[in-house]
Write a new protein. Structure first.
Ligand code: ZN
Length: 420
């Protein structure tokens, strides 16, 4: 039994056909339809092999009756078409009706023109289909609606438009850094933050030892490492999140680990200088934060941890990790007094940092403001970006705080004479 119902149309009798510089080939056998001139090409691959460059085509619905799904690079890519009655040398049937975002009016016109001409001039249809694909690509990133995303990309129901679609290509993901979509702000807040901390760390660690001794450099390095890794994992996660479910999930876990690493790294210099001459509490609290941080990392590895319904749990776990600092802070206040802690242990800065983290986490968990105005913060000022900025601000505040404690400690001189 023939699996090809598209009688008489040459393209439909072949597994592949060439137009211009492209080769089109069918990946899957078409479904049998009642209408012999109707063919469901659910999968079509297009190979660009003319040069070494690369460009990608992603998946998105275009109009009520047209949907374009796929990933593409110039060297090889795969597309899934669900065209309704568009002639590619044979008639295609669409089984897909997708929810559609509004396209820019110019593109609507152009696409409408392409559709008509495809139907009316079958001999040129493939060239025009190629043109159509290019225009779709040029239309870019802002056409994917939340409803059209696969489940694993549906993280936040209050961001309606401007979502990237699965790319299956790291190159396409990294190129998207320079495009405007729901993750642009998330990527850049932490990418720029990482660059800033790399600069600060390079400056700090390159000071001559007469100015900053190696012990200080080692202790501060724990903080720099935590901050840089956290910000780095974060922007990379937001960049490759749309690659595929597997890649997105892996980098999501890495993103959570980064938060735990930043917290641990923040505690190290603080505990080191606050309990400078008190070995026992210093070691105990350092061991405690390493233990709790490790628990956080282990919990982050749990697959379900990244699911949207666990958002409050995630916020809670990391806030709890940060709040474990209350114990050594109370210890310090009891032994040295509140004002001493404020004046010499940067307690005020630490409280400000804690406040920033907590407010950031609450905004993150509550998804404000997009919860109140769904669709109004799709690109800028969504809760996750605000959370990112708070994390960054908290890290800078912490750096300032630990610098103050270190300065104070180092002016006191040797331990032996002062404390046990
Ligand atoms: Zn993030």
């Amino acid at each position: 039994m023939s699996s090809d119902p598209c009688l008489g149309a040459s393209c439909c009798q072949q597994e592949s056909f060439a137009f211009g510089r492209n080769t089109y080939s069918r990946d899957s056998s078409p479904a049998i339809q009642e209408d012999p001139f109707s063919l469901d090409i659910s999968s079509l691959s297009v190979n660009y092999d003319t040069d070494g460059g690369d460009e990608s085509i992603s998946s998105f619905p275009l109009q009520d009756d047209i949907r374009f799904v796929g990933k593409a690079s110039r060297s090889s890519f795969k597309q899934n078409y669900g065209f309704k009655q568009i002639d590619l040398g044979c008639r295609l049937r669409s089984d897909i009706t997708a929810e559609v975002d509004k396209l820019p009016p110019e593109l609507e016109e152009e696409l409408a023109g392409v559709e008509t001409s495809l139907l009316s001039v079958p001999s040129k249809c493939a060239e025009q289909a190629e043109e159509f694909v290019k225009k779709v690509w040029a239309a870019g990133w802002n056409v994917a609606h939340h409803h059209t995303l696969p489940d694993w990309l549906k993280d936040n129901d209050f961001l309606l438009r401007g979502h990237r679609v699965p790319t299956n290509s790291f190159l396409a993901c990294f190129k998207s850094i320079f495009r405007i979509h729901t993750e642009t702000g998330n990527i850049w807040t932490h990418l720029l933050g990482m660059i800033a901390f790399l600069g600060i760390a390079a400056y700090f660690l390159s000071r001559p030892s007469i100015e900053i001794q190696w012990q200080e450099k080692a202790v501060f390095s724990a903080f720099f490492t935590g901050a840089i890794l956290c910000l780095c994992f974060s922007w990379i996660f937001h960049t490759v999140y749309c690659h595929s479910e597997r890649v997105g999930r892996f980098f999501n876990k890495l993103d959570y680990c980064g938060i735990a690493l930043l917290t641990i790294g923040s505690f190290v210099p603080w505990l080191y200088y606050s309990f400078y001459c008190r070995l026992e509490p210093k070691v105990t609290y350092l061991a405690l934060i390493f233990f709790l941080g490790t628990i956080c990392i282990v919990v982050s590895m749990w697959d379900k941890f990244s699911q949207p319904q666990y958002r409050p749990l995630r916020a809670g776990v990391f806030v709890a990790l940060g709040l474990s600092g209350v114990i050594p802070a109370m210890h310090y206040v009891i032994t040295d007094g509140f004002w001493h802690a404020i004046n010499f242990a940067a307690l005020g800065w630490l409280l400000l940092m804690a406040l920033l983290y907590i407010v950031g986490a609450v905004i993150y968990a509550a998804r404000i403001p997009e919860r109140i105005f769904p669709g109004k913060f799709d690109i800028w000022f969504q809760s996750h970006q605000i959370f990112h900025v708070f994390v960054l601000a908290a890290a800078f505040v912490h750096y300032h705080g630990i610098s103050e404690i270190a300065n104070y400690r180092l002016t006191l001189g040797d331990c032996i004479a002062r404390e046990f």
